[in-house]
Design a protein around this ligand. Sequence first.
Ligand code: GLA
Length: 391
Amino acid sequence: MKKVQNIEANKSVLFERVFGEKPAYEISAAGRINLIGEHVDYCGGKVMPASLNLNCRIFARQNGTNFIRAYADDLDETAIIDIFSLDTCKGLRWGKYQAGVAYELHRAGYPLVGCDLLYSCSVPFGSGLSSSAAIEVSTAVALNVVAGNTYDLKEMALLSQKAENEYCGVNCGIMDQFAAAMGRKDSALLLDCKTLEYEYIPFELGKYEIVVANCNKPHNLVESKYNERRAEVEEALAKLKGIYPNISCLADVTPAMFEESKGVLRGKICSRAEHVVYECARVNEAAKALKGGDIEKLAALINQSHDSLSKLYEVTGREPDALAYAAREQEGCIGARMIGAGFGGCTISIVEKDKAEAFKAAVGERYKKEIGYAASFYDTSIEDGVTVRAL
Ligand code: GLA
């Protein structure tokens, strides 16, 4: 507790140094893991993310100008965004997400005011734990809070996704922003990405815990590969619609329907669709397993998910595979898989609590030997997606 207060005091001091006054609010939105349901959100499937203690925190106050001044504590850099010409910031390296969110808020009719925002983000960038969604959602909430607007968190998630898709040009699905906005402490969020219906499932793993590991592969080409996968599953959907005219997304295709019709799909397109169809089925089973406390079953599904992402969807690569397979070989680990977009990023492993430390040491050593550089392990807990506090 003391430590947290100290960090806050430091940020307030820093805020005052950067902007000349004390902040009035502290807002945060979380990074996420995803238990299962990978690369299915943009196919209308269900996903099962949970929001983390790693988050993007914003210290904020109105500044009486027409500008949003956004300062990043790790980069020591400030973006200045004019609230009357929000469409001119697409080229910003730092500040683009903030400008995109402000742009979408404005288009949706939310009044904006000039404000000072200090960003402190503990979600590692490019880790697959969704730092961008944490930045977007915390920005959406902060801009509303300083302007005194009422807002709906679900709408903030959708608006943040729109900013990422249209303003920032990244064609992501809704999972990350929804988890950042709607995640709840000690709960997994079972979200139907077609209807946006959701429920919370208690995140109770009994004698097990989740270990989050980053393979630390340099982040590159993720966006183009991601968009390539999206195009491939759209091609599959178009072909399957010829057979099942009533389907509106790949998640509408059951495994039985897929087996009947897969002859119309060739090569890679068939593999991509197979991943989506069976991953959607696995999410339903995983939700049942988690609700029933059958963690071994959940872990088996998590392993199948990784294998499918590796072999059928081809979004893992050498490093995430090395990390997941090294994890599975350790005593006390019953399941491991990559999470997020892939091509690097993080894995989650389900590990017996009292073996977790030995697990990290052994996997770390094995990974370094195989890949040549170290993996990172994070101490995580499942926390509320968004927090808002007047200071
Ligand atoms: C990224 C995207 C999400 C989702 C995952 C893969 O995190 O932002 O929308 O598609 O990849 O499941």
